[in-house]
Design a protein around this ligand. Sequence first.
Ligand code: SF4
Length: 367
Amino acid sequence: GMPAPPSVVLGERQPTRQLRVGSVGVGSESPVSVQSMTTTVTADVNATLQQIAELTAAGCDIVRVACPSQDDADALPIIATKSPIPVIADIHFQPRYVFAAIEAGCAAVRVNPGNIKKFDDKVAEIARAARDHGTPIRIGVNAGSLDPRLLAKHGKATPQALVESALWEASLFAEHDFHDIKISVKHHDPVVMVEAYRRLSAACDYPLHLGVTEAGPPLQGTVKSAVAFGTLLAEGIGDTIRVSLSAPPVEEVKVGVQILQSLNLRPRKLEIVSCPSCGRAQVDVYKLAEEVTAALDEMEIPLRVAVMGCVVNGPGEAREADIGVAAGNGKGQIFVKGKVVKTVPESRIAEALIDEAMRIAGEAGQD
Ligand code: SF4
């Protein structure tokens, strides 16, 4: 059956306006969604759709594609139509690509009206086109591209500078009575970023897109994003997240999904509860945990599997999990739903756990 609902929960979601990004709701009435961005040349339609398919399989809810050229803009209609998940066009400066993306049926557009205003003031027309097509817009403020006026006022990209910039950008649409907006205020420093989002959340009810920008290579970026998003989501702040890594985007999605699952904001599938091993371990815990993870990673049912190296915490954790092993003396006691079903030698522990997992999946209607 389904796992019991968590008995401890996070802070309540801060109420935000509800948007529809294609088929995905973004706002406090909807689950927090995971986004990523393709790294292919958008105009290479096959490569882009292939990457979107990989992101979707990893659990991505919404995908963003860059649109720096007319060729990319020309590819948007087919990508928006064929993508299994909503597509957001990411545009800087060029209003004509914004109109193209809206016409193409993109689920949303990321564009900063401040940039549009500076070069070719089409903000009113963009607001009208977006409203006519029901296309929401994300305003994305980044520390690295902060308005010079605000940089001069605040000396650097402080939380308050990011928030003022975002609210000013939003006001450029609001004055045309357009409010289907979500906002990000990204900074590479999680501490600055967290404070900026707290202030922004207090100052407006637009849905918030969380991101630590330029978060770095996988380990550093994962930790920075997990810490920053975890802090904010635990306070109920954040409606959609994007992990930025200097790594293939499918890795970003995996991290984003894990962050939401860690906070019980997304149902878990496979969860491995494995001990770190220590001087008491009586089996090779790392190897077992890896073998079991590799064999069961694709399972679509929620399943908690405990892999424990000795009898200190082993039986307790193994009993709490759906299935588990508590090792001792080169053998493993195999638990299913709290009961010992058999004892096997170390060489057969992984196999026994995988067999039991497959049997449970089979009973749940998935092989
Ligand atoms: Fe060490 Fe046993 Fe705890 Fe694993 S379960 S960390 S082997 S005491």
